[in-house]
Design a protein. Sequence first.
Length: 195
Amino acid sequence: MAGFTIERGDPVRRQRVAGWLDGLDSVSPEMREAIITAWVSAWVSSPFEILEEMPYSLIAPSYRLMDHVNEVTRAGIDLSRRAARDWGRETDPEVMIPILVLHDIDKPLLMVREEGTVRASALAAELPHGVPGAMMLRDLGFPSKVVNTVATHATNAPFHGSTTEAWLLHYADLFATDHALMSTGGKPFYQRHWA
C-alpha cells in the first residue's frame, strides 16, 4: 500500500505550494521543481482540500503542517550555518534544504479530519511516519541521503542516521515541535520524562 500517486499538478496547485515553502530560493531550479512536485503529490493524494487544512500532528492537531515545515526549514538553515561556522560541518544545500522541506511530506497521508477531529489514517496503521514519505521521494528520484534521512527522522524510528544532515534535522524538528506543542497548550518534548 503506497498511499500516494506522483502527480505534477496543475499550475495553480504548484504556485500555491511554491508560495508557502521557505528555502526554495536556496536550491537549483531542478531541485525546486522536484520539491514542489513532491508536495503537490502529497496534497493530491491526501484527503485535504486546501493546504491550510493539513494538521501538523495528532499531538497538536490544530497546528498547521505548513507552519511547522517552514519553522523546521528556517531553524535547520540557521543550524546548518552555525555547524559550518562553529564546527566545520558543511552541508550541501541541494541535500539539506530538501531534507528540511520534505521531512514531513507523508503527514497529509497519515491523518484525516472527520467531523472536526483529526485521527490517524488507514495508511498510518500500515507504515510508520517517514516511510511513506521516503517511498515517494525515492520514486521521484531524490538523492539517497534525502530519502534515508526522511525515512529515519521520526523520534520513534528504530534508528537514526549518523549524517550531519540527520543531526541538524533532528534538532530543527524538535525545536519547531516544541513551539507547536506549547502554542496549542501541550507539553514540550524538553519537559517530558522518559522511562
